[in-house]
Design a protein around this ligand. Structure first.
Ligand SMILES: Nc1ncnc2c1ncn2[C@@H]1O[C@H](COP(=O)(O)OP(=O)(O)OP(=O)(O)O)[C@@H](O)[C@H]1O
Ligand SMILES: O=P(O)(O)OC[C@H]1O[C@H](OP(=O)(O)OP(=O)(O)O)[C@H](O)[C@@H]1O
Length: 209
């Protein structure tokens, strides 16, 4: 059997739809269910329905053979696993943003608010800019408005949240989308099960292009 950790939340519907198109349909699955484990009709695939940020941990630890999760959480986890496929949904970008009347000063010490401290620190370290990171868990755009931080590192999709709070993008760090990740040992040891599974998903993605 293959175990797949699937991110709850925003991308869950698209993840389930993609697996269905690939012929993997989970019994009794609906997003409002409080169940956390689902089996496909053939009992070949077990799905763990987990918080997006935890998917890399499940896969790295081998609690799941595969994971479906955003590139943002992959980068933030610094995890050791294979990233096999770009599933092309959940598209957005990771940016540095701030108040338009307070442009980014790269010469002095900066305070960054973010849900993604690892990504933020890596970005500014590569630019040789000293930063202090304030970890927030949501509503990150508030931080520069109330003087909690100079800038933010966060996801932008439509740009509406930035716009409605008078913030602008200073730099784009990385394009984000949902990816298929695989535990390294499972990739070797469960190759016979894994290969058809991955190929089915690849075929769906090719048809969509
Ligand atoms: N506008 C967006 N905002 C946030 N994430 C987005 C957006 N568009 C696509 N995504 C992707 O969807 C994934 C899941 O987002 P979601 O908001 O459900 O998770 P989350 O940040 O863990 O939520 P929460 O902390 O509120 O539970 C993100 O990791 C990202 O890859
Ligand atoms: O560019 P937009 O389309 O406005 O989307 C971007 C917003 O969406 C996400 O927040 P989310 O909705 O997950 O809420 P949160 O603030 O609780 O993280 C992200 O952190 C931005 O705030």
């Amino acid at each position: 059997m293959l175990t797949i950790a699937l991110a709850k939340g925003r991308t869950a519907k698209d993840s389930i739809a993609l697996l269905e198109q690939a012929g993997i349909r989970f019994n009794n699955f609906h997003e409002e269910s409080r169940k956390l484990i689902f089996y496909d009709q053939t009992k070949q695939v077990k799905m763990l329905f987990v918080k997006a940020v935890d998917v890399p941990t499940y896969v790295e630890q081998g609690a799941a053979d595969l994971g479906i999760v955003g590139k943002d959480n992959i980068l933030e986890s610094n995890g050791h696993f294979y990233e096999l496929l770009d599933l092309k949904f959940g598209q957005c970008k990771m940016v540095v943003a701030g108040l338009k009347e307070k442009p980014l000063r790269t010469t002095s010490h900066l305070t960054i608010a973010s849900k993604y401290p690892v990504i933020a620190e890596k970005y500014f370290l590569e630019k040789d800019i000293q930063i202090e990171t304030i970890k927030l868990n949501g509503s990150v755009e508030l931080a520069p408005l109330i003087g909690l931080s100079d800038v933010i590192v966060d996801i932008v999709e439509t740009g509406r949240t930035l716009r409605e709070n008078g913030l602008v993008i200073f730099d784009e760090i990385e394009a984000i989308s949902t990816r298929l990740i695989v535990n390294k040992a499972s990739f070797a040891l469960k190759h016979d099960l894994m290969t058809p599974f991955i190929n089915q998903i690849k075929t769906v993605l090719e048809v969509k292009q």
